[in-house]
Design a protein around this ligand. Structure first.
Ligand code: UD1
Ligand code: CA
Length: 457
């Protein structure tokens, strides 16, 4: 008995009215299909996971890479036809759970409970249904004496059927053999001229198989995303759920409706997050840290007792007791050391800094390795790019870089040296030295008095 899962993700998402294939759309910066795959794995009830791809399949395949195997549906002829494309990959007896790829709020508990309901009742087919106040757009569950008979799509439904509030979530658990036998019998004789997966219900009913619904109580989890408005609603629900969980674990949020935290983010206790923050990807925020306002952090690790205001931190790390911002930008593997001060309009890329580094204002550090106790003056930059290649700047310990210096890489500034303000250096600086690379100041006295063309009379 093998347990398979098939996720349907070949559709265009015509109702989204945009370019990206629907299932690749992100919620809280993570593609909706990734939620479904992760939750299927978390449920641990599945042995093998297959995704049906078609429209712009490369995009979906790049997101999921080798986490699943793929069946290809070249032409999108309907959900029933999509499942049929996976037939060759379902080699053994057992059952398959089928899920639409546009249902990101479905979680592992729903999957686990539905599967155990299916198994304990020895069903041939279980359809996961739910009850909605506004069922518009969904397939309706047709029952007679509480027994499942069929599913009718909105577009094929009679006025009377449209009044039914129990809907098809699009999740089915079905015996493999019966599934493909039934799929061989479906036709596209319906309003959308598609091969509907939902038609297997009446086929199996006619064959007197054991079919039933499993009704999901928390109906919002079954939300199907068909357009950008639904996407925003699902995102709002997810945001609220995540924030609630995080606040209950000891994280303070000021105006949480303006705060977005991704579901893979870990935040330790006694952290405070101010308004307008986005913390996404695989970020970790350690204890006693203050984030925001207006800060974006993606795939980054922020140490204990750090403060980050009005700043961007992408794919980077900030160590303990450091302050970042306002208006700093850390990116592409910046590793900012402990007890640092990274201030206004400072950009740091692919650079590591030691203990007690300071760049308080207006600086650029790219491709640099910096020791302990270094002060990088206002307006100073590493000149790391010659138009073709990038080069490294190495700065030792106890170095003072005066304001407005250009360090033309590759360059090494050794320990305990000082760079005079306004220097443009293209040679290494040995330790304990003062480097000055600028022209001497000349004062022309009485210049205006003697010069009739001077701008002062
Ligand atoms: C489907 C169900 C409907 C249910 C709803 C739940 C059918 C006929 N209808 O309708 O009963 O209430 O989901 O959200 O199944 N797809 C393919 N290939 C295709 C067509 C679709 O892979 O040829 C994929 C889509 O990418 C999508 C999923 O299947 O992820 C569902 O398709 P969609 O068009 O959104 O179905 P609905 O109209 O929402
Ligand atoms: Ca849908």
């Amino acid at each position: 008995m093998k347990k398979y899962a098939i996720i349907l993700a070949a559709g265009k998402g015509t109702r989204m009215k945009t370019e990206l294939p629907k299932c690749a759309y992100p919620l809280l910066k993570k593609p909706m299909i990734a939620y479904i795959v992760e939750n299927l794995y978390k449920s641990t009830v599945i042995d093998e996971l297959i995704t049906v791809v078609g429209h712009k399949k490369e995009i979906i395949q790049e997101i999921l890479s080798s986490r699943v195997s793929y069946a290809v549906q070249e032409e999108q002829l309907g959900t029933g036809h999509a499942v049929l494309m996976a037939k060759d990959l379902i080699k053994e007896d057992g059952f398959t759970i089928i899920l639409p790829g546009d249902m990101p709020l479905i979680d592992e508990t729903v999957i686990t409970n539905a599967v155990s309901y299916h198994e304990s009742n020895k069903n041939d087919l279980t359809v996961v249904s739910t009850v909605l106040d506004d069922p518009e757009g969904y397939g309706r569950i047709i029952k007679s004496e509480s027994q499942l008979q069929a599913i009718v799509e909105e577009k094929d439904a009679t006025e009377e059927q449209k009044q039914i509030k129990e809907i098809n979530t699009g999740i089915y658990i079905v015996d493999n053999q019966l599934l493909f036998d039934a799929l061989d019998k479906i036709s596209n004789n319906n309003a959308q001229h598609e091969y509907y997966l939902t038609d297997i219900v009446k086929i199996l009913k006619n064959d007197k198989k054991v079919i039933a619904t499993y009704t999901l109580k928390k109906s919002y989890k079954a939300m199907g995303i068909n357009d950008l408005y639904a996407l925003s609603q699902a995102e709002a629900i997810l945001r609220h759920e995540i924030n609630k969980k995080i606040m209950k674990s000891g994280v303070a949020m000021i105006n949480p409706d303006t705060i977005t935290i991704g579901d893979n983010v870990r935040i330790e206790e006694n952290v405070t997050i101010s308004p307008n923050c986005f913390i996404t990807g695989n970020s970790i925020i350690k204890k006693n840290t203050k984030i925001g306002p207006s800060t974006e952090i993606h795939n980054s690790i922020i140490g204990e007792n750090v403060s980050i205001k009005h700043s961007l931190v992408f794919n980077s790390e900030v160590k303990e007791n450091t302050t970042i911002g306002p208006f700093a930008h850390l990116r592409d593997g910046a590793i900012v050391g402990p007890n640092n001060r990274i201030g206004n309009f400072v950009e740091i890329k692919k650079t590591s800094t030691g203990n007690l580094f300071k760049a308080s204002h207006l600086a650029y550090l790219g491709d640099a390795e910096i020791g302990d106790n270094v002060n990088f003056g206002c307006g100073s930059i590493t000149v790391n790019y010659d138009g073709t290649n990038k080069y490294k700047t190495t700065i030792g310990d106890d170095v003072f870089v005066g304001c407005n210096s250009n360090l033309i890489a590759p360059i090494v500034i050794e320990d305990n040296s000082t760079i005079a303000a306004g220097s443009t250096l293209n040679k290494n600086v040995p330790k304990d030295s003062l480097a000055i690379a600028r022209s001497y100041q000349v004062n022309k006295e009485n210049y205006f008095k003697n010069n009739k063309n001077g701008h002062k009379k």
